[in-house]
Design a protein around this ligand. Structure first.
Ligand SMILES: [Zn+2]
Length: 262
């Protein structure tokens, strides 16, 4: 089992060519990342069509990147904008459940004391529980995330560890070590420490051996999930890019398995 993001080439427009190519490359799962930062509301008709494509290609959704919004913004201080943002996240929770997945990944403000984000999380909790979907907060600022996780039930709120974000600035793996029992989603990719480059695994300065060990000891039970950008990986050919991603993902999954055995 292995997963890659839907938006390795584009994050808006018709997703079906990418779903097809992901399945053809051997991946069992995909991380739904289309429209991850837009105000786009998915309709019933669009979700039904996505499910038909997934069935046709033999692919499953692992988890889904929700949208903190552009104008519909769940942490906004403007109440109408915040409520529209809550509606947008609610849309993604329902979509996730209908596509058979159970985690929506969200970004939160850097302010550890943000009142608006707590208001929005409180308002979304019953819908999330009803649909058996958890929200995973992506790093981000660990001071804000650690505080939120301490205030909410693990059955509702968990952590998404983005290995690229964790490799620039903050010592991400040190923070992950402390919060590993809340880990429910991963965005795996690499960089050289200077920016969020979404490069292939093992091509930058992420300490993959340490990350594999922490993941093996964590609450994360799903497969290796990569959030790569084909352009930043230096590939023009989609098939070659996906083949390489599959190889790297398999190597990292074996590293995690090795740590679980020892
Ligand atoms: Zn990410």
């Amino acid at each position: 089992m292995l997963s890659i993001t839907t938006d390795y080439a584009k994050d808006t427009g018709d997703p079906s060519p990418y779903l097809k190519h992901i399945a053809e490359a051997g991946f069992s799962h995909t991380h739904w990342c289309h429209h991850w930062n837009t105000d786009f509301l998915y309709s019933k008709w669009e979700i039904d069509q996505i499910q038909k494509w997934l069935d046709e290609y033999g692919l499953q959704v692992l988890d889904l990147h929700g949208s903190a919004g552009a104008e519909k913004a769940w942490a906004s201080a403007e109440e109408h904008q915040r409520l529209a943002g809550v509606e947008l996240v609610h849309n993604r929770i329902e979509m996730t459940a209908r596509l058979g997945a159970d985690v929506v990944i969200m970004h939160v403000p850097h302010d550890p004391a943000s009142v608006t984000i707590r208001r929005s999380l409180d308002e979304l909790e019953s819908a999330a529980r009803k649909h058996h979907v958890r929200i995973a907060i992506e790093n981000g600022d660990f001071a804000a995330i650690g505080k939120l996780l301490s205030e909410y039930d693990p059955q509702y709120l968990g952590l998404c560890y983005d290995s690229g974000h964790g490799n620039k600035g903050e010592p991400g793996l040190d923070h992950l070590e402390l919060l590993k029992d809340r880990l429910i989603s991963v965005h795996l990719h690499d960089n050289d420490g200077t920016g969020d480059q979404h490069k292939p695994l093992f091509t930058g300065t992420v300490d993959w051996q340490r990350l594999a060990r922490i993941m093996a000891e964590s609450s994360y039970v799903k497969c290796v999930s990569m959030e790569l950008s084909m352009r930043n990986a230096g590939f023009e050919d989609e098939t070659a890019f996906l083949r390489k991603a599959f190889e790297d993902g398999t190597t990292f999954a074996n590293m995690i398995a090795e740590h679980k055995r020892s």
